[in-house]
Design a protein around this ligand. Structure first.
Ligand SMILES: NC(=O)c1ccc[n+]([C@@H]2O[C@H](COP(=O)([O-])OP(=O)(O)OC[C@H]3O[C@@H](n4cnc5c(N)ncnc54)[C@H](OP(=O)(O)O)[C@@H]3O)[C@@H](O)[C@H]2O)c1
Length: 241
């Protein structure tokens, strides 16, 4: 998909990877970028990237009312980036249930519901793409992130189902599987981290190249290791608490 002159909507665009997506889309010539966030007052620095092309949208991806309103407001979208994410720390036997529920509600249910609302919009605009921010933890678990892993595994599965339904409507579903990224999400976690701009660059290069599954920045190396020996990578991740 060509990004020049595209009209994108990015969820969770107020900080972290979401803000980096807005920046990169502007650089690549997107005609308009809807920057969505559950708290629009947090979008000031994202809007300042280009007030002429960045349009703020209130969107909590767990609110069906706000999802419907966003799809009505952003009726010219051709590219949806499901970026909003939630991570609750905790092992499988001690993570709080409300954290498990929140991660699933944002990472899986929110992705599905926002896609459901925007698929007719993208189709009506001649087709386009949905990019889902998954993670290597969709297919290999870090035990200290048990609820997050499970929600992102569910989202991976859901994304493949969505892909099959949306392809005939001219909408590509593109899954990105990053490694650790240097944002608030992993603040305090001592691990190798890619820069948000590097992750976004590789994802958007993949979108422009027509890739369906993208392993940005250092994720490419981990994915190759996983393909070669899944059990060895599982054992390596099992030490991450
Ligand atoms: N950081 C990593 O290591 C890493 C690695 C692989 C994949 N990812 C994925 O990349 C995406 C972006 O992550 P990040 O590192 O930028 O995370 P982040 O710094 O924690 O930011 C999370 C973003 O999601 C938003 N969000 C959370 N719940 C929401 C909801 N219910 N409705 C709308 N927005 C909501 C947050 O908004 P508020 O500011 O309102 O909280 C924030 O904008 C996520 O899907 C994440 O799972 C991250």
């Amino acid at each position: 998909m060509e990004l020049k002159d595209s009209v994108a909507l990015v969820t969770g665009a107020n900080r972290g990877v979401g803000r980096a997506y807005v920046q990169a889309l502007l650089t690549r010539g997107a005609g308009k970028v809807y920057a969505s966030a559950r708290n629009v007052s947090a979008l000031t620095s994202t809007i300042s990237l280009d007030p002429g092309r960045v349009v703020p949208v209130e969107l909590d991806v767990t609110s069906s009312r706000q999802i419907t309103a966003a799809a009505a407001q952003a009726s010219d979208v051709t590219l949806l980036i499901n970026n909003a994410g939630s991570l609750t720390f905790g092992g499988a036997l001690d993570v709080a249930q409300d954290g498990l529920d929140r991660d699933m509600a944002v990472n899986n249910d929110g992705l599905r519901e926002v896609t459901r609302a925007f698929a007719p919009v993208i189709a009506a605009n001649g087709g386009g793409a949905v990019v889902n921010m998954l993670t290597l933890l969709s297919f290999v678990s870090a035990p200290g992130f048990s609820g997050y892993n499970a929600s992102k595994a569910a989202a991976w599965s859901m994304s493949m189902s969505l892909r099959a339904y949306l392809r005939p409507k001219g909408i590509g579903v593109i899954n990105a599987f990053p490694a650790g990224i240097d944002t608030d999400m992993l603040a305090g976690v001592d691990a190798p981290k890619d820069l948000p701009a590097d992750v976004v660059r590789d994802v958007l290069n993949g979108v422009e190249a027509g890739d369906e599954d993208i392993y940005p920045a250092s994720a490419a190396e981990v994915f190759e290791a996983w393909r070669a020996n899944q059990k060895a990578v599982e054992a390596m991740f099992a030490t991450m608490r």
